[in-house]
Design a protein around this ligand. Structure first.
Ligand SMILES: Nc1ncnc2c1ncn2[C@@H]1O[C@H](COP(=O)(O)OP(=O)(O)OP(=O)(O)O)[C@@H](O)[C@H]1O
Ligand SMILES: [Mg+2]
Length: 296
C-alpha cells in the first residue's frame, strides 16, 4: 500500500484498530488547558494573544461562562453573545499542537505562494501561524457551507466572509447545542434506549451520506464528533473535512465508516464498516436536506 507524503502511512488509514488506538493515544496526551481567568487577561486585544478581549470588544461575545471540554486540538467554552448561547472553540497554542497528522488531510491542496508553502513545510513560526489560521478558517468555511446546505451542524456565528471570521483566529464561534446548564452530550457519552440508538444510527449514516453528496469525507467521523440533542444527531468538528481532490479521500471515507460502526457498538449496533460504507454511498445518491439559504 502506498505511503502518504504526510508521514502518516496510508496503510494505517485502512487499519481497523487505528480508531481505537488513536483514541487511547489522545487521552494520554497532556491537555495544557487554559485557565478561565487567564482568558480575559489578554492586554493587546489582538488575536491570538488577546482573542477573548478582541471577541468581547467587537461584541461577538459578552461573557465566557465556563470551560466545557478540553480536546485534542482545542478547548471548548460555553459563552454568551448577542444572539444567545455560544460555543467558543479555542484552538491550542501553536507550540502545543503537533500538526503531525495534518498532512494526510491537506494532501492535494494547492498553495500557490511558494514562500508560504516553504514556511509551512519547514514548520517555522510563520509557517505554523499560517497552518493554524488555515485550520481554523477551514472549520468556519465548512460550517457555513454545511449549515447553508441544510445539514444538522451548529450555526456559525461569525462570517460568512473570510475577512470577518479570519479575525477571530484561533477561535471559532458557533451556536451552543443544548443549554448552558446542559450542553448536548456526545453520542459517545449518551445513554440511549434501543429505539433511540436505532434513530441515532440512521441519522449518523444519513449525515455521512449528506457530506458525501456534497463531495466531503469528515475525516474523524464517529460518536465522539456527533452530538445528541432532542432526539437529533448534530455533526461537529470540521477542520479536517476532505474533498475528492485529496488522494487519501477513499481511505478516509472508509475509515470514517469503520469508526462510525465501531463507535456505535456500545449502543448495540453491529453493522460492519463495509456495510456502513455501502449504505452511505447508496444514500448519497438519494435526495439531500433542504438548503437553509437559497443561492440566487
Ligand atoms: N456547538 C456545540 N455545542 C455544544 N457542544 C459542543 C459544540 N461543539 C463542540 N462541542 C463540545 O466540545 C467538544 C470539543 O469540540 P470538537 O470536537 O469540535 O473539538 P476537538 O478539539 O476535536 O475535541 P475532541 O478531541 O474531543 O474531538 C465536543 O466533544 C463537544 O463535547
Ligand atoms: Mg472532536
Amino acid at each position: 500500500m502506498r505511503a502518504g507524503r504526510s508521514g502518516w502511512p496510508a496503510d494505517e488509514l485502512a487499519d481497523e484498530d487505528t480508531f481505537e488506538r488513536r483514541r487511547k493515544t489522545r487521552t494520554r496526551r497532556p491537555q495544557g488547558r487554559r485557565r478561565l481567568e487567564d482568558l480575559t487577561a489578554g492586554e493587546t486585544g489582538t488575536p491570538p494573544e488577546g482573542v477573548i478581549r478582541f471577541l468581547l470588544d467587537r461584541g461577538h461575545i459578552t461573557e465566557v461562562v465556563a470551560e466545557l471540554k478540553s480536546g485534542k486540538e482545542a478547548t471548548a467554552y460555553v459563552a454568551r453573545g448577542p444572539r444567545g448561547s455560544v460555543l467558543l472553540k479555542l484552538y491550542r497554542d501553536l507550540e502545543a499542537r503537533s500538526f503531525k497528522q495534518d498532512g494526510v488531510y491537506r494532501e492535494g491542496q494547492v498553495i500557490l505562494d511558494k514562500r508560504a508553502a516553504r514556511a509551512m513545510q519547514a514548520r517555522s513560526r510563520k509557517g505554523l501561524e499560517m497552518l493554524q489560521a488555515g485550520w481554523v478558517c477551514a472549520e468556519y468555511a465548512h460550517l457555513w457551507h454545511l449549515w447553508r446546505a441544510g445539514l444538522n451542524v451548529p450555526e456559525p456565528l461569525v462570517g460568512p466572509e473570510p475577512t470577518e471570521y479570519g479575525q477571530t483566529v484561533p477561535a471559532v464561534l458557533m451556536r451552543l447545542i443544548g443549554s448552558e446548564d446542559h450542553p448536548a452530550p456526545r453520542l459517545s457519552d449518551a445513554r440511549l434506549s434501543p429505539a433511540e440508538a436505532h434513530s441515532a444510527w440512521q441519522q449518523a449514516v444519513q449525515g455521512m451520506a449528506d457530506l458525501l453528496r456534497l463531495g466531503y469525507a469528515h475525516g474523524d467521523y464517529s460518536t465522539y464528533n456527533l452530538l445528541w440533542w432532542e432526539n437529533t444527531v448534530i455533526l461537529i468538528d470540521f477542520p479536517q473535512l476532505t474533498t475528492r481532490q485529496n488522494p487519501n479521500f477513499q481511505q478516509l471515507l472508509r475509515r470514517d465508516a469503520e469508526s462510525l460502526a465501531t463507535s456505535f457498538r456500545r449502543h448495540g449496533l453491529t453493522e460492519s464498516g463495509e456495510q456502513t460504507l455501502r449504505e452511505v454511498q447508496r444514500r448519497a445518491a438519494g435526495p439531500g436536506p433542504t438548503p437553509r439559504v437559497l443561492l440566487p
